[in-house]
Design a binder for this molecule. Structure first.
Ligand SMILES: NC(=O)c1ccc[n+]([C@@H]2O[C@H](COP(=O)([O-])OP(=O)(O)OC[C@H]3O[C@@H](n4cnc5c(N)ncnc54)[C@H](O)[C@@H]3O)[C@@H](O)[C@H]2O)c1
Length: 362
């Protein structure tokens, strides 16, 4: 199979979909690997490393899309890339279709087979290709939140950990999955007063066991969200309904009750965001203010730490890329229900139930 790796063109995206070691293993499996010039540079991989690994460097993204039977990348195809997609071509990357009808329509019309990292599940129902990026985004949400709480960044001028004699910040984390748990551990490490909410009691029991003493677990219902959000300095949105739109836990009226200069980092923005006021932002202009609350809604948070992220992403995607290349889409989807769940769009139809449901609901 011919596998193509284009350079990412989404705003401030510095990751790459395949490391030289991945190209090496694919070449060893008998595949042809085409990598766009400079695709890996921002992650610390020069073209020469890919060539040494057995890949060929091609000059343009157009050539990658024209020749590749399978495109391996990081973020969803951007408007410039949509026109290059070819019927029957497999594209393996993050799509987050539930958040964009426009992208979904474009991919349906293009005739591609869209295999989405974010809905591929393992035997235990976990999402192994979302996990590493969630671990990074969760950690970064606190780093960024701490920064935007600073006065020059329009925050209320609070140090997360406080100092002797001055109380630490209140951090509220909505969703105790991978993002939420990673954020909680970071915030706790900085000595903040952390509240971690989820709707899964089993998950809360587990988190209660493993989290440090300055993390309190609370069952997530609208009253609890309201009580804690009103007193929060930093709120992290980290909920997920796999394949679906994020529920709006922070309403506009609740936002008005929050204190001026508080910061809301909505990591779940890639699934539409968990506040009524969330809208996607980029690393270039990461924040905006609504009702005095600083919103940070960057859709590709891990892209900023591209070296760490590319390693973490490719460690997880690598085995699936090889499997997809060797088996082809039908045999791949037959491996397990979790493999089948990764196939979001095929032959002009939505093939993932949660994605279809999200669009049916509008
Ligand atoms: N912006 C970015 O750069 C970026 C990077 C990585 C992940 N993400 C996104 O972050 C979100 C969270 O990812 P994750 O890996 O932690 O998912 P996860 O499945 O591990 O965790 C989600 C948690 O949300 C909980 N949940 C669901 N509905 C809830 C509700 N109504 N109230 C409270 N909790 C609820 C679930 O029980 C689960 O524990 C996803 O949307 C993911 O795509 C964004």
């Amino acid at each position: 199979m011919i596998i193509g790796v284009p350079k990412e063109i989404k705003a401030d995206e510095y990751r790459v979909g395949l490391m030289p070691v991945g190209a090496h293993l694919l070449a060893q499996d008998g595949h042809t690997v085409l990598v766009e010039a400079d695709a890996g540079r921002a992650s610390g991989f020069e073209d020469a490393a890919y060539v040494e690994a057995g890949a060929a460097i091609v000059d343009s993204s157009a050539e990658v899309y024209a020749r590749a039977e399978m495109v391996v990348k990081v973020k969803e195809p951007q408007p410039e890339e949509i026109g290059r997609l070819r019927p029957g071509q497999m594209v393996f990357c993050y799509f987050h279709f539930a958040a964009s009808r426009e992208l979904t329509e474009a991919c349906l019309q293009s005739g591609i087979t869209a295999v989405a990292y974010e809905t591929l599940a393992d035997a235990k129902g976990r999402l192994p290709l979302l996990t590493p990026m969630s671990e990074i985004a969760g950690r970064m949400s606190i780093q960024e939140g701490a920064k935007y709480l600073e006065k020059p960044q329009k925050g209320k001028g609070i140090l997360l950990g406080g100092v002797p004699g001055v109380a630490p910040a209140n951090v509220l984390i909505l969703g105790g999955g991978t993002v939420g748990a990673s954020a909680a551990r970071m915030a706790a490490g900085l000595a903040a007063n952390v509240t971690l909410m989820d709707i899964s009691l089993d998950r809360l029991r587990y988190l209660d066991e493993i989290m440090p003493a300055n993390v309190t677990t609370i069952y997530c219902d609208p009253h609890a969200v309201r009580d804690y959000a009103r007193n929060a300095d930093l709120v992290i949105g980290a909920v997920l309904i796999p394949g679906g739109r994020a529920p709006h836990l922070i309403t506009r009226s609740l936002l008005r009750e929050m204190k001026d200069g508080s910061v809301f980092v909505d990591v779940s923005i890639d699934q539409g965001g968990c506040a009524e006021t969330s809208r996607p932002t980029t690393h270039s202009v990461p924040t905006y203010i609504v009702d005095g609350i600083v919103h940070y809604c960057v859709t590709n948070i891990p892209g900023a730490v591209s070296r760490t992220s590319t390693h973490a992403l490719c460690n997880a995607t690598g085995p699936y890329v090889r499997q997809l290349a060797s088996l082809g889409i039908d045999e791949f989807a037959a491996v397990s229900p979790g493999h089948a769940a990764a196939v979001n769009v095929k032959d002009g139809r939505i093939t993932n139930a949660a994605v279809a449901h999200a669009h049916a609901e509008g």
